[in-house]
Write a protein that binds this ligand. Structure first.
Ligand code: ATP
Ligand code: MG
Length: 197
């Protein structure tokens, strides 16, 4: 069993996340990619992060049509801040014998070595860094083993930009899956305005 692990805040999940997961799954012959929305991400100080339950639901909606994609609650159901070492340990315990591939964008890879217990991460998973527009893949002084870099089709989409567009009344159609557009609108996420108002 080869299991991809795509961690993220997913506030909201967008097509950049989905394409990255799909490309890595094909290249590394993964059986499944589990998306893991973070609980309280320690890297993010943003106070207005959407409730975990909404980020979880949007991730479920976005991945529902792909039989290879699943969503895990391990991070949002664990108390305290989210550390990748805990994510990987919990998933490894749930899937004995699975080989884990942690998928991350170039920006997040840059922070790899600053993670809590970074040196113990390498025993738990293989790390796959994917290109992300605006971030260099190569110049982060990564360790020679345990990390692979991969080019994926560049989609210049970020959750930050999606949130800003909603706030400004601009469309996010085709940046995020249709069901996510509708979830955002239905629950008036990222917007001070009431639905329909
Ligand atoms: P924010 O703008 O709020 O930081 P984000 O778009 O970076 O959101 P995250 O949930 O922080 O989304 O990202 C989860 C993972 O997906 C990270 O490893 C990130 O590098 C990667 N990622 C995000 N957007 C892209 C993209 N367009 N292409 C490739 N990887 C991406
Ligand atoms: Mg980010």
């Amino acid at each position: 069993m080869r299991l991809g692990v795509m961690g993220g805040t997913f506030d909201p999940i967008h097509h950049g996340h989905l394409v990255a997961a799909s490309e890595v799954a094909a290249r590394y012959d993964l059986d499944e990619v589990v998306f893991v929305p973070t609980g309280k991400p320690w890297q993010k100080t943003r106070p207005d992060i959407a409730p975990a339950e909404h980020r979880y639901l949007m991730t479920v909606i976005a991945t529902a049509s792909n039989p290879q994609f699943t969503v895990s609650r391990v991070d949002i159901d664990r108390d305290g801040e989210t550390y990748t070492i805990d994510t990987l340990r919990d998933l490894a315990a749930q899937r004995p014998g699975a080989e884990l591939f942690f998928i991350t964008g170039a920006d997040a890879l840059a922070q790899l070595l600053s993670w809590k217990d970074a040196d113990r991460l390498w025993d738990l998973a293989h790390f796959v860094g994917v290109t992300r527009p605006g971030h260099q893949l190569s110049d982060h002084g990564l360790p020679a083993t345990g990390v692979s870099l991969m080019e994926v089709p560049a989609l210049a989409i970020s959750s930050t930009d999606c949130r800003r567009r909603v706030q400004d009344g601009l469309p996010v159609w085709y940046l995020v899956p249709d069901g996510v557009v509708q979830h955002i609108s239905k629950h008036a996420l990222y917007s001070a305005r009431p639905p329909g108002g």
